[in-house]
Design a protein around this ligand. Sequence first.
Ligand code: C5P
Length: 232
Amino acid sequence: MRSAEEVRQEVCAVLAAYPPPAAGQLRFLITAGPTYEDLDAVRYLGNRSTGRMGFAVAEAALKAGHQVLLVVGPTPVPPPEEAVTVKVRSAQEMAAAVLAALAWSQVLVMSAAVADYRPEKYTDGKIHKTKDELVIRCVRTPDILASVNRQKNKPVIIGFSLEPEVDQEMAEAKRATKGMDIIAANTTASFGESFSDAVVLEDGREVFTPGNTKEELARYLVARAEELAKKR
Ligand code: C5P
């Protein structure tokens, strides 16, 4: 696993190559994909996110003429070729990358399915099957949005939630407590698919109805982020 400092240095080097933003151009920091939390040299805790939603937002933002930095967890789906990408593995690495690029960004899109827990102990090499049971104790990973909320100048924040079914009340509560401007409440049915069944909420109001493709949702989110960024 890379240290936070190694990740920070990579992000800073990548950002140094961006030109100053042109008039009307925004800087989008977008996370996508899962995180993998390593148990030993062979195994990890992961999830089924593919990154497609975040990639669609990156493409929509680039098409609209904005600058994009994609922070991507491990996924077999390739990110859009035209997007500058920093690859990370764990929630800790993703947190380090986001915090390093935060001051650069005007819009943060947290579409990554960040693991909530990681194994407390990493074992070098491979854990062998010497006992009938193996108990894996897990501890919380850093909550990236909580760290973002502790910063002074926050970008426009778009977050996601994922549940088997959309519960608008729960999603709105999450939006408010996690300091998001907008939340897209997804269900597990859209994992890896091209459609999105997300309900988009802003201040408790449903502003975008489900039943669209990830591309349509991405275009909506980019257009709305532009409007919100103008008001800052
Ligand atoms: O509370 P929950 O994990 O469902 O919130 C989901 C949102 O929070 C997503 O936008 C996700 O990217 C973000 N998140 C985070 N740090 C974590 C876990 C989730 O920023 N450790």
